[in-house]
Design a binder for this molecule. Sequence first.
Ligand SMILES: C[S@@+](CC[C@H](N)C(=O)[O-])C[C@H]1O[C@@H](n2cnc3c(N)ncnc32)[C@H](O)[C@@H]1O
Length: 327
Amino acid sequence: MTGDGAPGTGTTPPGERFDHFMERCLYGPDGFYASEGTAGRRRGDFITSPEVGPLFGAVLAEAVDTWWHELGRPEPFTVYDVGCGPGTLLRSVAAARPDRSWRLVGIDRVATPGASADRLPDDLSDSVVVANELLDNLPFRVVERRADGCFEVFVSEGGREVLVPTDVSLDIPIGTRAPLQERAAHWTAAVLERRPARLCLFDYGAATTAELAARGGWLRTYRGHQRGDDPLADPGRVDITTDVAWDQLPRPAALVSQREFLQSFGIDELVEQGRRHWQASAHAPDVEAIRMRSRISEAEALLDPQGLGGWWAATWRNEGDQTGLVS
Ligand SMILES: C[S@@+](CC[C@H](N)C(=O)[O-])C[C@H]1O[C@@H](n2cnc3c(N)ncnc32)[C@H](O)[C@@H]1O
């Protein structure tokens, strides 16, 4: 891995490295997120699991409760949601477990700029850190492998892509590209250094960088619920993200599909409860009955193997803690 310039050329880089361009487009003063606070969400550019409805947070609350019990029910106990956007996830967790006195803390760089890991306390042993769709949104570099070596994507002043030879070498098929997710790896390592009881990250991705490269289509842009293709078009007006290459991060204790994660923490039971509640009050439904019924359609979206259910849940645990792993 090399520094910030255009390695191997001995000349000034012909523009911005892709991750710097992305940083500016998303988080700069005129960027995608800056223009409307927590943003894309309000403009409806994408729908995340917590935004599907309260069910995702209700299942996460079950997971947190399991971990809290495994830790011996410490008080105080804190749940951090990093990259929390408008804070929907923690509101759902709180609504699902009003009987718990956990501290629920949302952190998002839009509201409070800065390196988010630095804003976490040094000791997280009585805390759980979660993040939904944070890693995909952290600026990444783009590397292409050709028969004659690796090249890195820069963006010229005119907004065109320029390929620059690089010493960075990714083990991907010749003729393909992959993201180099240094920021995501550093962020994860920085959180783990603080030894959280659990770190649980949800995102789209693939187990390995080589798989991502071979599959293609990993660089996603979103605008108005539609996926676009060209990340250089209309800078600052579209979200730019990548599928996460999980092998670029510290190795998790468990890496499973979101579907498996939600099922292992009782989504089916919560849906069944919802169905029974609805049936019992269908003759005179109130707001609660309608909320319970909506669990059925929320679960369909959250468990869909072609959609949110096919995304990943990666869990790390404090190495000093000998309690059981999540499945
Ligand atoms: C795709 S949105 C996900 C929002 C929310 N977690 C959800 O699931 O609806 C990604 C969020 O991560 C935030 N973000 C990006 N980089 C961050 C960082 N370094 N620290 C904290 N938040 C960050 C963005 O501001 C944005 O709100």
